[in-house]
Design a protein around this ligand. Structure first.
Ligand code: ARG
Length: 572
């Protein structure tokens, strides 16, 4: 697609010897109000350099570039040069790019095939996959999709919490109160009940904790009995996780979790020792981080067992050696900020120059109206139950609203799950939010159902005249002038034009909500266009032009939805 901002920067650069083209590009603004043009260039900096009034510089520049082919008009207003693009030029660029790039429209080759590891979801096995896990799972999946779309070679890693002292507790609890059949019937719910009981009873009987430590030590040594129990817990848990991933349409390239690194600990300890970073402290080993204003990192416990942070250090080193990453991203809750700051600092202290390429991408809390949930207290809301309830509720709404009832099941699934995903990705990730059914299933608000419905509406318009659509997409070149007079067509085209920028910004900031918000804007602009204009007019050129624009809008909304990990229904 023609980069009009770049073209504008070049035109300005010819007139401004004091600034480089890339500096000029940085300075070009996109005004909030369309009456101030498509681009605006402030002249303050130049005024300083030239010791001239910015107003007169603005006038001078405006006079020089007014005749350029990409502009309809150029105005000097105060210290600003306001530039209005030729509407047909912008519309034409959008129509042809969307028609030729299709599923790739909005993406590109920014990444040049460089490798990015995206670690997300990473639940703990034998524990519920609860509503709190939705954040890392859905945000991480969207970030992965965005990076892949931008031309990076992404690797999706699920760093399962499948190791650690809690498995000692789990093993002890199962031995004491467990029942094999129970576990086979309802694996996680049963294991959770035992685990909860462990904590209750351990308050009265501290000896249980010692027993659990022992069981974990045996597991770490690879004793057959503990190992088999652990493996069984892991297999059963993964079955349950995969059921939920299946519902969300999410998959991973690697499930190498914490246990995968259990035989890579000695190397970490040796490296730390070699650099003189390990200190003994009451029988345990730590890395002192006081110089960096952080509490010490506990690397091995008194009994020699390693910890969560030790495994993260090993995992990062392994990933660098095995995958040769350019970036190693961790989508993990902000409660773990300190943990990540600690171990990334340790990677740096070990002398690895790629420490900066490890990026923690934190997010805030999700709570339900009933309050947040905790595994310990046993008050848990399973993600699978939430998704099923979303599907059920959507089914009721769909049956009530829809004309087309042959695919209620499929629609309810796509829209119900989509609604949950969309709400998750609507706000800046760092914000806490409250999960609310009324908000997410509203078909009129800024919601998943609304955006999906807009996609279905566009699809339905396009179905009404397939031959005209085919002709339009085969040759978009001459169509744009037929739309240049429509305010709502231009407003829509401008948003479509900016979709690639929104995707890039979302990638740079690790912020999928930039895409979410952009496609809400596109859906609203599309619906306005749909209401303002008769699309299937008698004038063949005008009809084709309008269909090409509807098709570009549909493509953009669809590409955006898929980036977020949602379905883009053809009918609703
Ligand atoms: N399993 C951890 C949890 O549920 C999250 C793991 C995050 N990833 C990491 N590399 N530490 O809290």
């Amino acid at each position: 697609m023609i980069d009009f901002k770049e073209e504008t920067a070049k035109l300005l650069a010819d007139l401004i010897a004091e600034l480089r083209a890339d500096e000029i590009r940085e300075m070009i603004e996109i005004p909030q109000e369309s009456r101030l043009g498509d681009y605006a260039f402030p002249c303050y900096r130049l005024a300083k350099a030239r010791r001239t009034a910015p107003q007169s510089i603005a006038c001078e520049i405006a006079g020089h570039i007014a005749a350029a082919a990409i502009f309809e008009r150029v105005e000097a207003v105060g210290a600003y040069v306001n530039m209005f693009l030729k509407k047909s030029a912008l519309i034409g660029a959008v129509l042809s790019a969307a028609a030729s790039e299709k599923e790739r429209f909005g993406g590109g080759d920014l990444g040049g095939g460089r490798r990015v590891i995206v670690e997300y979801s990473s639940p703990n096995i034998a524990k519920p996959f609860h509503i709190g896990h939705i954040r890392s799972t859905v945000i991480g999946n969207a970030i992965n999709n965005i990076y892949a779309f931008l031309g990076y070679d992404t690797v999706r890693v699920n760093h399962l919490g499948d190791y650690g002292t809690q498995f000692g507790k789990m093993i002890v609890a199962y031995r004491r109160w467990g029942d094999r059949e129970d576990v086979e019937r309802r694996p996680i719910r049963s294991l959770l009940a035992y685990y909860t009981r462990f904590h209750e009873e351990a308050e009265r009987d501290p000896a249980l904790e010692d027993e659990a430590r022992l069981a974990f030590a045996r597991l770490e040594r690879g004793e057959a009995e503990e190992r088999a129990l652990w493996q069984w817990f892991r297999d059963e848990s993964l079955k349950e996780f995969n059921r939920v991933y299946g519902m969300l349409g999410i998959s991973f390239d690697s499930y190498a979790g914490e246990s995968f690194y259990s035989d890579k600990m000695d190397r970490v300890l040796a490296l730390l020792r070699e650099k003189g970073l390990l200190r003994e402290s009451e029988g345990a080993e730590i890395v002192d981080l006081a110089a960096f204003d952080m509490p010490p990192a506990l690397i091995t416990k008194k009994d020699g067992s390693t910890l969560y942070i030790t495994r993260d250090i090993a995992a990062a080193i392994y990933r660098k050696e095995h995958y040769g990453f350019d970036k190693n991203l961790y989508i993990v809750a902000s409660q773990q900020n300190l943990h990540f700051r600690q171990w990334i600092k340790i990677i740096e202290l070990l002398g690895f120059d790629w420490a900066d390429d490890c990026v923690h991408i934190p997010f805030g809390l999700v709570s339900l109206d009933e309050g947040t949930m905790s595994t310990r207290a046993g008050r848990v809301v399973f993600l699978e139950d939430v998704l099923n309830r979303a599907i059920e509720r959507t089914r009721e709404i769909v049956i009530e609203k829809t004309v087309n009832t042959d695919n209620v099941d499929e629609t309810a699934r796509q829209v119900g799950i989509g609604a949950v995903i969309f709400q998750e990705l609507s706000n800046n990730r760092i914000k806490d939010y409250v999960f609310s059914w009324d908000k997410i299933l509203n078909f009129e608000g800024e919601t998943g159902p609304y955006v999906q419905y807009s996609h279905a509406r566009a699809s339905s318009v396009l179905r009404r005249d397939a031959p005209a659509l085919a002709a339009a997409l085969a040759d978009t070149d001459a169509l744009a002038p037929a739309l240049a007079g429509s305010e709502s067509a231009y407003a829509l085209a401008k948003l479509l034009y900016r979709f690639p920028d929104a995707v890039r910004e979302a990638g740079e900031k690790y912020e999928p909500s930039v895409v979410t918000r952009h496609i809400v804007d596109v859906a609203q602009a599309f619906n306005k266009f749909y209401h303002d204009e008769r699309i299937l007019t008698d004038d063949e050129t005008e009809k084709r032009a309008k269909l090409a624009l509807v098709s570009a809008a549909r493509q953009t909304i669809g590409n955006g939805l898929r980036l977020l990990g949602m379905a883009a229904p053809e009918r609703m």
